[in-house]
Design a protein around this ligand. Structure first.
Ligand SMILES: Cc1cc2nc3c(=O)[nH]c(=O)nc-3n(C[C@H](O)[C@H](O)[C@H](O)COP(=O)(O)OP(=O)(O)OC[C@H]3O[C@@H](n4cnc5c(N)ncnc54)[C@H](O)[C@@H]3O)c2cc1C
Length: 412
């Protein structure tokens, strides 16, 4: 029997997976929450990737789209979407296969609860039901195999100590930006004029720090948890864009910039509207532009700063609610599927370019025929690169595709 495959998410990895399925002759439907493909990539479209076209285009994409860009130039997210991902969606192979504006809200094994039929064949032989939010209301769909390629960008982490929201953070959620500021378009509007608190130390935070520090009317206060960050430096980094971010971050931390103050070894204790609202029976919302009082725990002791804007870039983690009713063994440390997490934690070094292909067995979950691929599969680990996702797609779709038995990891 030919399995029906549901790919969730039309980002780079979902599109590559969809092409792999059509290449193999398997009926595939891609469900994309946004109005078009690459919704997440477009959300950070102004940011330049630090990997070049050569690494960003999978061999399968290139075979389908010979005009795909080549070479060592690094595209922006928008260029990646415009020049690669959107053209892929127009290929005959994918025509009619992508359902846009269709969010998968939850996934189940039809008629089975999570704790039923543990490790027996019944689950493998029972189709999945997908609950869909569509422009016409709720709907359901069935599939025999599900590839969850939903990424992470819609699920930002909070900024408080130990990963929970800081006191005041939830009440001030409407004042906190959790996506990468576009300082090029915002420059004209003085969007970031005043004092900006930036929290986080990964590549997204480093990118934001670099860009915000160039704005003449902005004073940047950058809070970094690590007392001695090395900014993810990699010796003899083969990716110059990544090395440049490390260098700029180190310079900012060395106080080499008049309009930037970097607090290392520091966490946010609380956020309060300033002046604090007078207690009333019905709390009134904080005005959109009132300064915010931020209490910091620094190595020198408590400190207070008043800021006009908060940018929280403390990482992103995939949405676990999608697969809550499925048998997925998540790593207690990273939230990634257990076997993959163990493989990633066990691989040496911080250079995502050096990560080996993990093999299909590592991508399997206790829930048969349910795979998490792409950025979401790395949980809290921030070392995911497109190239690793394309390898995952290969592993799940191709290794046994041409064996005598015809058994593929996706065959039922
Ligand atoms: C700022 C930034 C810079 C990066 N730079 C690089 C780089 O230089 N090189 C590199 O290799 N990697 C880079 N990455 C990491 C990674 O490659 C990207 O995050 C990439 O977009 C991940 O691809 P994906 O297909 O796994 O997920 P995404 O691109 O996040 O795509 C997921 C898709 O799923 C959709 N979706 C989500 N939930 C649902 C749902 N419930 N139902 C239906 N659809 C849903 C979304 O709308 C989205 O279109 C970067 C990431 C960021 C954030």
């Amino acid at each position: 029997m030919t399995p029906r495959i549901a790919v969730i998410g039309a980002g780079p990895i979902g599109l590559d997976a969809a092409l792999a399925c059509t290449d193999a002759g398997w009926p595939v439907t891609v469900y994309e929450a946004g109005p078009s493909a690459a919704t997440h990539v477009r959300a950070w479209g102004h940011v330049r990737l630090f990997t070049p076209w050569e690494l960003n285009v999978s061999p399968r994409m290139r075979a389908h789209l010979p005009t795909a860009p080549t070479g060592n130039a690094c595209p922006t997210g928008t260029e990646l979407a415009d020049r690669l991902l959107h053209p892929l969606t127009e290929l005959p192979a994918l025509q009619g296969r992508i359902r846009y504006a269709t969010r998968v809200a939850a996934i189940s094994r039809t008629g089975l609860l999570k704790h039923e039929h543990i490790a027996d064949i019944t689950r493998a032989e029972t189709p999945f039901t997908l609950l869909l939010d569509t422009p016409d209301g709720e709907d359901t769909a069935q599939a025999d195999i599900v590839l969850d390629c939903t990424g992470t960008y819609a699920n930002p982490n909070t900024l408080g100590d130990g990963g929970i929201p800081a006191p005041g953070e939830r009440a001030l959620a409407h004042r906190i930006t959790r996506t990468l500021p576009n300082t090029t378009t915002d420059r004209a509007s003085d969007r970031w004029a005043g004092t900006v608190l930036l929290v986080g130390a990964g590549k997204s935070a480093q990118t934001a720090a670099r860009d915000l520090a160039t704005l003449p009317d902005t004073h940047l206060i950058w809070v970094v948890r690590d007392a001695h960050p090395n900014w993810g430096a990699i010796q003899d980094d083969p990716l110059p864009g990544r090395q440049e971010l490390v260098d700029i971050s180190q310079k900012l931390a060395d106080s080499a910039h008049a309009r930037a103050t970097v607090h290392t070894g520091t966490h946010i204790q609380s956020l309060t509207p300033s002046p604090a609202p007078t207690p009333t029976p019905t709390p009134t919302p904080t005005p959109g532009n009132a300064p915010i009082l931020v209490r910091l725990a620094t190595p020198q002791g408590p400190q207070e700063v008043r800021v006009d804007h908060i940018v929280s870039l403390t990482g992103y983690t995939g949405d676990p609610t999608l697969h809550r009713q499925l048998q997925v063994h998540e790593c207690y440390a990273t939230g990634a599927p257990m076997n993959l997490s163990a493989a990633l934690l066990g691989s040496s070094g911080a250079d995502c370019l050096a990560q080996p292909a993990v093999g299909v067995d590592v991508l399997r979950n206790p829930e048969p025929h349910f795979y998490i691929l792409g950025a979401k599969s790395y949980g809290r680990l921030n070392t995911f690169l497109l190239r690793s996702g394309y390898e995952q797609v290969n592993e799940v779709t191709s290794p046994y595709a041409h064996t005598r038995s015809g058994h593929t990891p996706l065959s039922r």
